[in-house]
Design a protein around this ligand. Structure first.
Ligand SMILES: [Zn+2]
Ligand SMILES: [Zn+2]
Length: 382
């Protein structure tokens, strides 16, 4: 019998009678990380990795019934041995390892294989069956080393500051913002954060993650000279709002894996696009899957069909898709959860899923497939 099955409420473990990242309220949940499409309100009980506790409480409420385990610590529940292992995605993100009668399954949640200094690095876990995400599961997605991207961001900021212009960098408030902060060069100017970003910075610092000094952007008046060399981190939902006016004649940029797609910078209407994702790229996904030693792979949210077919045909694995309602924080959760007004401010036109453009780099055979599944807009996170 399968250790994890798909149910209308979410991924379910029948032997243990609990759900992993359920999208509907359930009595017992195991949460891989705090992004809105994985961690939702209304569950009776939450179990998560300890480094994510502050994030979950900040986002779901201080009073949730939350139990935590350190990475690697084991808990036996109804005969199922449970443990969390670093996923390298955001602070507290974890893969869930389940063992029952000698059978081992690992559910990845979201993961990234390049260590970034703001969360525990991804650790492959040996298993029989691996449930993997595939947000960027297309061959076109190959990330540049992050150090190069960060150098470009700092250079862009430096050039703007030299011209006496503020630099507004749009990114998602939880995870991406702190990863950027960690790498920014504070000698260039002041770093200001939107109200959606600042509380999460606090949680990261409390978790022992180095972030340079930041100030609340709302405290600055348009006439403040510090703005002329400042970098402002804001969620995409702040774009085009009156909140932006105080920054005068600024340059803006967007940091996201979706910036890989031609046209996405233009659609966002920003001066610069930095390709920076908190998810594994295509080689990263394949590497991670191989490292698990799993013979069976269940593929969730993203380019499910492309990755499933590749794993079957090129790797000889028993691969199949798993239908879930996970989205992508860069598309849904980010904008909705981070809007200071409490959501409803998703910029639908900002979706980077243009099949024609995404498919341009694919070989002809996989392009059609890509149209069919990978580029359908991900489910909106609540
Ligand atoms: Zn995520
Ligand atoms: Zn996800």
């Amino acid at each position: 019998m399968d250790l994890v099955i798909a149910r209308p409420e979410g991924l379910y473990c029948p032997a243990g009678d609990f759900y992993i990242d359920p999208w509907r309220p359930v009595p017992r949940s195991i949460i891989t990380h705090g992004h809105g499409d994985h961690a939702r309100t209304g569950n009776g009980h939450y179990l998560a990795a300890s480094p994510g506790a502050g994030i979950l409480r900040a986002r779901l409420g201080q009073d949730i019934a939350l139990q935590t385990l350190d990475y690697g610590e084991r808990l036996v529940h109804h005969g199922v041995t449970l443990s969390f292992h670093p996923a390298g995605h955001v602070l507290g993100s974890a893969q869930v390892r389940l063992e029952y009668r000698g059978e081992v399954w690992v559910a990845s949640g979201d993961y990234k294989v390049e260590a970034d200094g703001t969360c525990a690095p991804f650790e492959p876990v040996r298993c029989h069956t691996f449930i993997t995400e595939s947000t960027f599961g297309l061959p076109i997605y190959r990330w540049q080393p992050q150090a190069e991207i960060f150098a470009e961001v700092n250079q862009w900021w430096r050039e703007n500051a030299a011209l006496g212009k503020a630099s507004v960098l749009f990114c998602y408030a939880f995870g991406k913002a702190q990863r950027l902060l960690h790498a920014l060069d504070p000698s260039i100017g002041a770093i200001l954060c939107h109200g959606a970003v600042e509380p999460l910075n606090r949680v990261y610092r409390e978790g022992g993650v180095y972030l340079p000094e930041t100030q609340y952007a709302g405290d600055f008046k348009k006439t403040d000279p510090a703005l002329r060399s400042a970098l402002i981190l804001a969620p995409p939902s702040a774009g085009g709002s009156t909140w932006m006016r105080r920054f005068g004649d600024y340059s803006d940029a967007f940091a996201s894996g979706w910036m890989r797609l031609r046209g996405s910078r233009r659609r966002r209407g920003v001066d610069r696009g930095f390709i920076l994702s908190d998810h594994a790229d295509w080689p990263g996904l394949l590497w991670a899957i191989e490292q698990t030693g799993a013979e069976r792979v269940m593929v969730t949210h993203g380019s499910v069909n492309v990755l499933v077919r590749y794993l079957r045909e090129q790797r000889g694995l028993d691969a199949q898709g798993f239908v879930t309602e996970y989205g992508d924080e860069d598309e849904g959760d980010g904008a909705a959860a981070e809007s200071p007004q409490g959501g409803a401010n998703v910029d639908a036109s900002g979706r980077a899923h243009d099949p024609a453009e995404a498919a341009e780099d694919l070989d002809a055979a996989s392009a059609k497939q890509a149209h069919a599944d990978a580029l359908a807009p991900p489910a909106r996170a609540s």
